[in-house]
Design a protein around this ligand. Structure first.
Ligand SMILES: C[S@@+](CC[C@H](N)C(=O)[O-])C[C@H]1O[C@@H](n2cnc3c(N)ncnc32)[C@H](O)[C@@H]1O
Length: 250
């Protein structure tokens, strides 16, 4: 069996219990070395075989998994955050399907929720927004035109922008045009939950300058939206005058 596991954003204790257990039992671990903390590997058995996928192509990764599977070994494919978000796991699963190799996906804590936790905010705020957009800016990787940042920002919902901090000026320009407001709150969280985490709080007016001052060029979440201000609204869930399936109104 092959397990695609989300390692979480950085802090090794943010892997799931299931993920950690499978990692402890693995014979072969293929991990995304550019972002996964190597501290995770300390939990593995002594004779485990490690492969850092950061310098491997899809064929090489598939070959390693195939060889291990043929020998009856338990394989863990360790991805950063949650593997279903910018994890490029679909193509890996497709290759395994072709080879009739069974696999399971074990979710993880994504860096976007970890970043929101670090700044102690909630993406979905009553009367402010009930929608979260996860996206990235186009660059060497194509993003469909309909998903251009400017158009997405026009929804004025909460946004978590991955893989884009290197192009912060262009991100901010597009967001300003979309939101039609320079004062939208914005936070940049670099390496959320790692020892060298950095958090920058600002607005679309000053965030680019602040990011450059701190020399942040990668591994950051750009969180944008009015959810970052605490507007003081309350949910219905705990409203004493609001009844629901589990509680009567006062
Ligand atoms: C290839 S994507 C992988 C995302 C990952 N699957 C997840 O769920 O977080 C890499 C991007 O995720 C974001 N990222 C990953 N780890 C991060 C962290 N600890 N703090 C902030 N952003 C992070 C950055 O935007 C980075 O460029």
């Amino acid at each position: 069996m092959v397990y695609f596991i989300g390692a979480g954003p950085g802090d090794v204790d943010l892997i799931t219990v299931k993920g950690r257990k499978l990692l402890q039992e693995a014979d072969v671990v293929v991990y995304a070395g550019s972002l996964v903390s190597t501290e995770h590997l300390n939990f593995c058995k002594e004779d485990v075989e490690f492969y850092d996928s950061s310098s491997m192509n899809l064929d090489e990764i598939t070959q390693v998994i195939y060889n291990a599977y043929k020998k009856g070994k338990k394989v863990v494919r360790l991805h950063t955050g949650d593997p279903t978000i910018y994890g490029a796991i679909l193509e890996q699963m497709r290759e395994l399907d072709k080879l009739n190799i069974p696999y399971e996906v074990v979710p993880g804590v994504s860096s976007f929720t970890a970043s929101c936790a670090r700044i102690k905010r909630e993406f979905t705020v009553p009367d402010v927004t009930q929608t979260v957009i996860l996206t990235r800016i186009s660059g060497r990787t194509y993003v469909p035109e309909e998903e251009d940042l400017e158009g997405l920002a026009a929804h004025k919902s909460s946004m978590a922008i991955f893989l884009s901090v290197h192009d912060i000026d262009r991100v901010v320009e597009k967001l300003k045009r979309g939101y039609k407001d320079e004062n939208v709150p914005c936070a940049v969280v670099y390496k959320a939950t790692w020892q060298d985490e950095k958090v920058i709080i600002g607005t679309l007016k000053d965030i680019a300058e602040k990011v450059k001052e701190k020399n942040i060029k990668k591994t950051a979440q750009i969180l944008v939206g009015y959810f970052l201000d605490d507007c003081g609204t309350y949910s219905k869930l705990y409203d004493k005058k609001f009844s629901h399936e589990f509680r009567d109104a006062l």
